[in-house]
Each structure stands twice: as structure tokens, then as C-alpha cells.
Design a protein around this ligand. Structure first.
Ligand code: FES
Length: 71
């Protein structure tokens, strides 16, 4: 069930996508992935050990946001 709460996705410079609001995350088979909280950081560097969530490893690998991407 979804409320009318707005969902926002904010790209962090050289880091994850921060998702806030009444969202639902599904895996490739459509099975819900429990977010564990109302605000989550989704990995966009590709090296997190807890995908789809960010584990902070982007800092260790020096992930940089490309010029064609926001933030
Ligand atoms: S964006 Fe943080 S580990 Fe990938």
C-alpha cells in the first residue's frame, strides 16, 4: 500500500543516490527488498558488497560522478 507521500531521489556527488519517501525496492524477480528504513542510499558505483545499497566503498575506490551525470 502506498500513501501520497512524495518520493525523492537525490544524487550525491561522487556517491550514492539517496532515496526518501514511501518507496518500494524490488529485486530482478520482483521480490521486495526490505529497505530497513525510510531513507536509503543506493549504490551507483557498482562495488558495494550490500547492493543495491551503498556501503561506503565508493570512497575507497575513488568513484567520481561523470560529467554527463547529475551531481
Ligand atoms: S555508491 Fe557507495 S558503495 Fe557504491
Amino acid at each position: 500500500m502506498h500513501s501520497d507521500e512524495r518520493v525523492t531521489i537525490t544524487p550525491y556527488e561522487n556517491g550514492p543516490l539517496i532515496v526518501r519517501g514511501d518507496f518500494e525496492i524490488l529485486d530482478a524477480d520482483g521480490v521486495p527488498v526490505p529497505p530497513g528504513r525510510k531513507t536509503v542510499a543506493l549504490c551507483r558505483c557498482g562495488v558495494s558488497a550490500i547492493k543495491p545499497f551503498c556501503d561506503g566503498t565508493h570512497k575507497l575506490v575513488g568513484f567520481k560522478t561523470g560529467e554527463d551525470q547529475p551531481a
